[in-house]
Design a protein around this ligand. Structure first.
Ligand SMILES: [Zn+2]
Length: 197
């Protein structure tokens, strides 16, 4: 479910940057921004599809979750393909993702300064990474279970999505984009708790 918050903040970033640059946006621009904010978690797509998590148990240890590598690479690629506005969008989206992966901001923790430090840095300073992280816990705990945290994330995400779509498409669309995620979240949680039983 937290993937939704990433996506929504990505949409918001694209629409804000477009505002600053006074450029008009299309739907796919927003989708691309959302995808950029979700990009580091693409490291889970293959393990999820194959349902094999060996070597992917701590997915924050994959190369996709190494800010010092990924931030310059993504920013440069975006600048090469789309110029300065997209470089700014890409940097902000991926940077946001890593902030969200940091302890206190919704996830387990991130080794911000790898390869210089293997510790997970956050507001309380450096900590050792978890010994035996379980990716199944990450999926169920982070994505499929309703909690005050996930409810807060869905609400913030729905608000970000609404502001972003308001800036581009106006009130009507913003209303839809605010309500749909909430309905979607309750649907997924309901479905999952039924399956679990
Ligand atoms: Zn991540």
């Amino acid at each position: 479910m937290a993937a939704f918050l990433d996506f929504a903040i990505g949409v918001l970033i694209v629409s804000l940057v477009a505002r600053v640059y006074n450029s008009s946006l299309q739907l796919w621009h927003l989708v691309l921004g959302g995808a950029l904010a979700f990009l580091p978690d693409f490291d889970m797509i293959i393990p999820l599809v194959r349902k094999k998590y060996a070597g992917a148990e701590d997915h924050h240890a994959s190369l996709m979750h190494r800010p010092i590598l990924v931030l310059p690479a993504v920013t440069f690629a975006a600048w090469w393909l789309g110029g300065t506005p997209w470089a700014i969008v890409a940097f902000l989206c991926v940077f946001w993702h890593f902030v969200h992966d940091t302890k206190q901001f919704g996830d387990a923790g991130l080794a911000w300064f790898w390869p210089f430090s293997k510790k997970e840095w956050s507001l309380v300073g450096p900590e050792d990474p978890p010994q035996n992280p379980k990716v199944v816990d990450w999926i169920y705990g982070r994505w499929l279970t309703p909690s005050p945290m996930s409810f807060l994330e869905i609400t913030i995400g729905a608000t970000a999505l609404a502001i972003g779509s308001y800036l581009v498409f106006g009130y009507r669309t913003a209303e839809v984009f605010f309500v749909l995620p909430l309905i979607g979240a309750f649907f997924v949680w309901g479905l999952f708790s039924t399956i679990k039983k």
